[in-house]
Design a protein around this ligand. Structure first.
Ligand SMILES: C[S@@+](CC[C@H](N)C(=O)[O-])C[C@H]1O[C@@H](n2cnc3c(N)ncnc32)[C@H](O)[C@@H]1O
Length: 268
C-alpha cells in the first residue's frame, strides 16, 4: 500500500484545526509514518481516503491523536536516572534551599512525575522542613486526564517495590491501583505545548523532559533547550532522555553533570 502526497496538506490542516497539533513542528517523515500506520489500521490507501474516514468515523480522531503523540511511559523508567535524582540532584538542591520547584515536561499518563513525587515525599518525610512542587505538563489532554486520576493497572506497577506500592497506592476493588493523595498533592497537571516557546515559570530548580523530543526537528530541539535555559534558576538541573542530546548550538548553555544519564545544569 502506498500513500501519495496528494491531499497531505489538506489532512495536515484538518489535524491542526481539529486536534490542535502543529504538524509543521514535527519532521514530515514522522507525521507520514504515523499516518501510514493509522491508514493501515483503517484500510484506507490515500490521504483523502483517510480524511474522509476521519469525517465519517469520529472515534478515529483519538486513535490518530495517540499515534501522533506516542505516550509510552512507565514508573522509574531508566532506574539509574531516578537513582541520580534521589542521591545527587535533590540532595544538592535541598542543600541550598528548603523548597524545590520541578517541571516535568511531556509527562504522558503521569508515571514520571509520580516517580519523582515518591522520591520527594520520602525525603520530606525524613525532614519536615523540606517542601516541593511538581508541575507536570503534556500537549495531550487525554493522557493528562489519566495522569490526574492516577489509576494504574497491576501490570503498570511492575517496577515498583512492594513497599512503594504499599506506601503510595491504594488497591481498588477492580484490581487497579490509585495513587494516594499525599503524592497527588505534590503535583499540578496542566496542558502545555512545548513548541509554544513559553516556559511555565522562570524560577525552576529542575526540569525533566524525557523521551519527548525524539521527533522534533533540530531547530525545535535547540529552541526547546533555550526555553528550558530561560526557565531554570542558575545551577538548575535539566534531565533529558537517555537517547536524546543537546545540539551544538545550545550545548554551551549547560554544563554536563552526567553524560550517561543526560543530566545538565544551567550555566549563567
Ligand atoms: C514517550 S512519552 C514520554 C513520557 C515520559 N516523559 C517518559 O519519559 O516516560 C512523550 C510525551 O510527550 C508528549 N508530547 C509530544 N509532543 C509534545 C509537545 N509539543 N508538547 C508537550 N508534550 C508533547 C506526548 O503527548 C507524550 O505524552
Amino acid at each position: 500500500m502506498t500513500a501519495t502526497d496528494d491531499g497531505f496538506s489538506a489532512l495536515k490542516r484538518f489535524i491542526e484545526q481539529t486536534l490542535k497539533i502543529q504538524c509543521n513542528n514535527y519532521k514530515e517523515d514522522y507525521i507520514k509514518r504515523r499516518l501510514l500506520s493509522r491508514m493501515r489500521s483503517t484500510a484506507t490507501t490515500t490521504y483523502p481516503d483517510y480524511l474522509r474516514y476521519l469525517h465519517e468515523h469520529p472515534p478515529e480522531l483519538e486513535n490518530l491523536r495517540n499515534a501522533l503523540t506516542i505516550n509510552v511511559t512507565e514508573f522509574f523508567r531508566d532506574a539509574d536516572v531516578y537513582d541520580l535524582i534521589k542521591k545527587e540532584i535533590l540532595p544538592a538542591l535541598f542543600h541550598g534551599r528548603k523548597s524545590v520547584r520541578i517541571w516535568c515536561a511531556g509527562c504522558s499518563t503521569g508515571e514520571e512525575p509520580y516517580s519523582i513525587a515518591m522520591i520527594l515525599h520520602d525525603m520530606m518525610a525524613l525532614d519536615k522542613s523540606l517542601s516541593g512542587q511538581i508541575t507536570a505538563t503534556d500537549i495531550d489532554e487525554v493522557v493528562l486526564k489519566k495522569a490526574k486520576e492516577g489509576i494504574y493497572s497491576e501490570k503498570a506497577m511492575g517496577k515498583l517495590s512492594a513497599a512503594q506500592v504499599q506506601r503510595h497506592f491504594t488497591k481498588l476493588p477492580d484490581g487497579n491501583y490509585q495513587v494516594k493523595p499525599h503524592l497527588q498533592e505534590l503535583i499540578r497537571f496542566r496542558p502545555h505545548d512545548l513548541m509554544s516557546g513559553q516556559p511555565i515559570s522562570r524560577y525552576l530548580d529542575m526540569i525533566t523532559c524525557r523521551n519527548v523530543t525524539i521527533y522534533f526537528t533540530e531547530k525545535q530541539k535547540d529552541e526547546l533547550a533555550r526555553m528550558f535555559h530561560s526557565a531554570l534558576v542558575p545551577g538548575g538541573y535539566y534531565v533529558m532522555g537517555k537517547t536524546e542530546y543537546l545540539g551544538r548550538e545550545v550545548e554551551g548553555l549547560f554544563t554536563p553533570i552526567n553524560s550517561l544519564q543526560k543530566v545538565y545544569t544551567k550555566k549563567d
